[in-house]
Design a protein around this ligand. Structure first.
Ligand code: SF4
Length: 279
């Protein structure tokens, strides 16, 4: 089986930075706690736990001494304040692209706009964006697409977007708002790494017999890559590890494409590619 890897795939700058900072916190302070899993990749999170980087649900769950590491997709300002109030050392591994989106949400709110966040309701990054806008005093709506927009939107509107969304999702919401004739300011905060991975995945999926997308099922950006690939290649499969691959999926295929989400380390990509090449 010929295996072709997408031109851009796998761990991004922000995820790698968060991993490095968490491991350094362990080296420096003995134990590190992340509020929720550091990245949306169960295999890597298990390895991190063995190294002393533990996931907890909230600051109250931190047992004794240790450093709190904020994940790459950031937290709400309230969570940051609660860490500070506990007096625990804090390492902020919020990806700079997410921090930029948080500032954009706050700026739009400070301008007196109704802030529309294009993203996945309940995702931690989106919760952070919503909180930044609300703290700056704005009404906020989270929308996955135009159908989620509130029927009435008072006053000027500002749009900000979850860093891992597609350009199409943003454009569809913006087009619907423009049709309503609202006074609009759009901050496109989709990150460069996301765009690169999505474009490379779409291009490759159109050229191969089947696609394998590697990454956590709880990873928003990996799921989006799988959706993009499925739109161009009906034989698309999303896996977390090589042992999930069923050779029957690839019966009759000569060329299979491989891509991976921003929270998928190189070793996992290599392991899947090696297995596919041997089929
Ligand atoms: S996908 Fe983009 S925003 Fe998210 S961590 Fe990676 S570089 Fe940062």
């Amino acid at each position: 089986m010929k295996v072709v890897r997408a031109a851009y795939a796998g761990a991004c700058y922000g995820v790698q930075r968060a991993l490095d900072l968490a491991l350094k916190a362990v080296e420096d302070g003995g134990c590190a706690y992340t509020l929720g899993p550091l990245i949306h990749n169960p295999q890597v999170v298990a390895q991190l736990a063995e190294c002393g980087v533990r996931a907890v649900d909230s600051v109250e769950d931190v047992a004794g001494a240790g450093t709190v590491v904020i994940r790459s997709h950031g937290v709400t300002p309230e969570v940051k304040r609660s860490v500070a109030a506990c007096g625990l050392p804090l390492v902020d591994a919020t990806c700079p692209h997410v921090a930029r989106a948080q500032r954009a949400a706050a700026d739009l709110a400070e301008q007196g706009r109704h802030v529309v966040v294009v993203g996945e309701a309940g995702h931690p990054e989106v919760e952070g964006l919503v909180a930044c806008a609300r703290e700056a005093g704005a009404p906020v709506s989270v929308v996955a697409g135009p159908d989620d927009l509130p029927e009435t939107l008072e006053g000027p509107v500002g749009v900000v977007v979850q860093t891992t969304q597609t350009r199409e999702a943003l454009d569809a919401v913006v087009a619907a708002l423009e049709e309503r004739g609202v006074q609009l300011l759009v901050k496109n905060t989709i990150c460069f790494a996301t765009r690169q991975r999505q474009e490379a995945a779409a291009a490759l999926a159109g050229e191969v017999d089947a696609m394998v997308v590697i990454g956590g099922r709880n990873s928003s950006n990996t799921t989006r890559l799988a959706d993009i690939c499925a739109a161009a290649c009906s034989r698309t499969h999303h896996v977390e590890s090589p042992d999930e691959i069923d050779p029957a999926w690839l019966a009759g295929c000569a060329v299979v494409g491989v891509t991976a989400g921003a929270s998928t380390p190189e070793e996992q990509i290599e392991a899947v590619a090696t297995l596919l090449e041997a089929l």
